[in-house]
Design a protein around this ligand. Structure first.
Ligand SMILES: [Zn+2]
Length: 323
């Protein structure tokens, strides 16, 4: 096998994915294993090391064949020092020096990046953002993640805090957000916030409740499905979702004038008729025609493939910085 390989690691709360790729980022092999957190970070890291070493030996790859390791992890973290400060899905993980852990154990340069930025890099290089110089990535899962590609480069901002698009205010004195602020986009259409709202306000005779089985089981996907079936309440919820999303997008368009805005997860699940068409229309009503001409708002393309690409794209990005 070639000696110019990249190793991507997608660190998740339940599963971790290891992916081997060539220096263009073309996938070669991957392996998924349960993250299964123990009572100590030391043990968790030891497992991560064993799994990684095992994967490399299964692939008959020596660490000397690796050019770069890239890790995608839920933040907050510092890509400069490679320390993961904390992660909601990795309880007990505090100030974990992931970069130095891998560099010391495998003697390979390692870059740590937050999962939203890693996803933005992956969509830009292999998915819906391919071929663009500027792209905004926005994903609505439990929270809202964002990533900015500007002038052909991931934009990190001061203290690597750019791209926190879930905390753009969409109501000045609005709903309380988990971040401690008020009125953030995430407090309106983030999966967790929307789920909480749906369980509170969905009428018991709505199709949303029927699909979920009971009101305490409602998930945003039930609202999306019920809207597809024409349920009036669910359609109003989708309209609310699209309106808040559009408010944030309008701000982004005026600030950055990106070629593409790539929307993931809930937007992809909702699709053209329920999300993309209305959002394009709402955004067009509030921006200038000259800006509108150059703007595309499209669904993320990688889907299940994202986990395999995320860590590898972090490695690719780090490699480009070194060259
Ligand atoms: Zn917030």
């Amino acid at each position: 096998m070639s000696s110019n390989l990249l190793l991507g690691i997608d660190l998740g709360g339940t599963k971790t994915l290891l992916a081997l790729a060539d220096e263009q980022g073309t996938p070669i092999a991957s392996k998924r294993f349960p993250t299964t957190l123990s009572d100590s970070v030391t043990k968790d890291l030891a497992k991560l090391k064993t799994e990684t070493a095992g994967f490399l030996s299964e692939q008959a790859v020596e660490t000397s064949q690796l050019l770069q390791i890239g890790i995608s992890a839920p933040g907050p973290l510092d890509p400069d020092t490679g320390v993961l400060f904390s992660a909601p899905n990795l309880p007990g993980w505090r100030d974990v020096p992931l970069q130095s852990f891998f560099e010391e154990n495998f003697s390979v340069a390692t870059r740590l990046e937050n999962d939203a930025n890693a996803a933005a890099l992956a969509e830009w290089q292999f998915g819906a953002g391919r071929g663009t110089r500027s792209m905004v990535y926005l994903t609505m899962s439990t929270g809202i993640g964002g990533g900015l590609i500007l002038n052909g480069k991931l934009f990190r901002g001061e203290a690597c805090s750019a791209g926190e698009l879930g905390h753009v205010p969409v109501e000045w004195d609005g709903e309380a957000c988990n971040c401690g602020q008020r009125g953030c986009l995430e407090a309106y259409i983030g999966g967790a916030a929307w789920q909480k709202r749906l369980r509170r306000v969905t009428p018991s005779d709505s199709q949303v409740t029927r699909l979920a089985g009971s009101s305490d089981r409602i998930q945003p996907e039930h609202a999306v499905q019920a809207a597809r079936e024409g349920d009036v309440f669910a359609l109003a919820e989708m309209d609310r979702f699209n309106r808040y999303l559009s408010r944030a997008i309008v701000g982004l368009v005026f600030s950055l004038a990106p070629e593409r805005i790539v929307l993931g997860t809930i937007a992809v699940a909702a699709g053209e008729a329920l999300c993309f068409e209305p959002v394009r229309k709402l955004v067009a009503e509030r921006i200038w025609p000259s800006t509108q001409e150059h703007l595309q708002i499209i669904p993320a393309a990688l889907g299940q493939e994202l986990a395999q690409r995320a860590g590898v794209c972090v490695a690719l990005d780090a490699l480009q910085d070194r060259l």
